[in-house]
Design a binder for this molecule. Structure first.
Ligand SMILES: [Zn+2]
Length: 168
């Protein structure tokens, strides 16, 4: 999938996002298309628009210029695409890898998205103590994630799967 360049409202380049995310930002009126791929269109049930090559945010955002996005529960769910780090199913809660009861911090590297069931089962134990290995390691959010977070575009499950890219 091609990526789309995202410009801040002030026209400074910020980041790239996937074509699908770019279209969603445009459809949600969070961004406008500055440049499209001349030969590509995004087609869906109710949409047929040129595939954006460059979009510009309607609102100025500062977050991508920070060295580190501020930690938040919502941010962890966005970073992990709402997938449980223990079983891969839909996650609605945030788990501390090293539990707070054992001195674990609210930080990007110590928290993962988790389904409520696994969060409850793991309780105040580390993955090793609970015998629940992580499917992936927690990481600092990418600049693209930080930007999407600052835009409030937080639920990627809502991305339309009907969008298809066609040569025009
Ligand atoms: Zn789970």
């Amino acid at each position: 999938m091609r990526d789309t360049l995202v410009l801040n409202a002030s026209f400074e380049p910020l980041s790239t996002v996937t074509l699908n995310r770019a279209v969603v930002l445009v459809l949600q009126d969070k961004a406008v298309v500055e440049q499209s791929h001349p030969e590509l269109r995004m087609r869906g049930a109710a949409v047929d628009i040129p595939a954006p090559r460059v979009i510009r945010l309607c609102r100025y955002v500062r977050v991508p210029f920070r060295r580190q996005a501020p930690w938040s529960r919502r941010g962890v769910l966005v970073r992990d695409r709402h997938r449980c780090a223990y079983c891969g199913r839909r996650a609605t809660t945030v788990d501390h890898v090293v539990p707070r009861a054992q001195g674990g911090q609210d930080s990007w590297l110590n928290t993962v998205a988790s389904c409520a069931e696994d969060n409850h089962r793991k309780a105040n134990r580390t993955p090793e103590q609970a015998g629940m290995p992580l499917l992936r390691q927690p990481f600092e959010p990418t600049p693209a994630d930080a930007m999407l977070l600052s835009l409030g575009a937080d639920d990627f499950q809502a991305l339309p799967d009907w969008l298809a890219v066609d040569a025009a």
